[in-house]
Ligand binder design. Structure first.
Ligand SMILES: Nc1ncnc2c1ncn2[C@@H]1O[C@H](COP(=O)(O)OP(=O)(O)O)[C@@H](O)[C@H]1O
Ligand SMILES: [Mg+2]
Length: 258
């Protein structure tokens, strides 16, 4: 599976979802976590900090000297490699867009690595911009994330249309597996309203909801995702259930497509 995690809004829980998903996926298959957000938060979730050359920025830069051997950090956890970002990825993206190679850049960079991994998970910036398009073009599946905030639910709907548009343009063949509600405040009236509003759209929402938990930011500080740092917590359990659901929906989507 090559999974892109996208939303048109930042701060909804994409990076946290990516970090926990890859930690679980790595337990049963070779996994590569790709940080395609110049804010470089996914790498930092595992304590990986890169420079402009030994990162995705260096790997994608047509004028650069980066290569996958220096950019990829091996065995950050057993079974997990990390391809970190760097703020210069923003500039590399702009330069590739001017030259016309941006959309396919990540797909081309990952192609020679694909056979080494059972799963590749790509974390993106909270927008529907160029690097997000490159991520979706490199993926064969996508999930979007929203919270109990109504604005983020609208963002999830917009992200679904973004993918549909680029499937029509043949920039991507990724299947939208569904929308994850994260940071979920089950007792709040707003959360119920948001869930109700989404039920009236054709966006598929995952059954698993990720609850709000103070253990999540604590895990980020400790550079250890909550599924590893507090494995028996409710939020860790939810991330494990979500991983199962993502794999099941991915298998179904591919079965339907064949
Ligand atoms: N389930 C959760 N419970 C509590 N805080 C969360 C949860 N998920 C994410 N957060 C916090 O919300 C903030 C944004 O999350 P992040 O994953 O960085 O979002 P994004 O990548 O979409 O910008 C972070 O401070 C993170 O620790
Ligand atoms: Mg993020």
């Amino acid at each position: 599976m090559r999974l892109a995690i996208c939303s048109s809004k930042g701060g909804v829980g994409k990076t946290t979802t990516a970090a926990n998903l890859v930690a679980v996926l790595a337990e049963c298959g070779r996994t590569l976590a790709v940080d395609a957000d110049p804010q470089e938060s996914l790498g930092r979730s595992f304590g990986v900090v890169a420079g402009s050359v030994d990162s995705l920025a260096g790997l994608l830069d047509p004028e650069g000297e980066g290569d996958s051997d220096t950019a990829i950090r091996r065995e950050v956890l057993p079974g997990l490699d990390v391809l970190p970002a760097h703020p210069s990825l923003e500039r590399v993206g702009t330069s590739l867009a001017l030259q016309g190679g941006l959309t396919t850049s990540l797909r081309r960079a990952l192609r020679p690595l694909q056979d080494r991994y059972d799963h590749i998970v790509i974390d993106t910036h909270g927008d529907n911009g160029n690097l997000t398009l490159a991520s979706v073009a490199a993926a064969d599946a996508m999930i979007t994330v929203f919270t109990s905030d109504p604005g983020s639910a609208l963002g999830a709907v917009r992200t679904a249309s973004f993918l549909n548009k680029h499937r029509d343009f043949e920039n991507s063949s990724a299947d939208l597996l569904g929308a994850v509600c994260s940071n979920w405040d089950a007792s709040g009236a707003t959360a119920r309203e948001v869930a109700g509003a989404l039920a009236g759209t054709d966006l598929v929402v995952f059954d698993t909801r990720i609850p709000y938990s103070r253990r999540v930011p604590a895990g980020t500080l400790a550079k250890r995702p909550v599924v590893l740092g507090a494995p028996n917590s409710r939020v860790a359990e939810a991330y494990r259930e979500l991983t199962d659901e993502v794999l099941t929906r991915y298998a179904k989507a591919k079965q339907l497509a064949s």
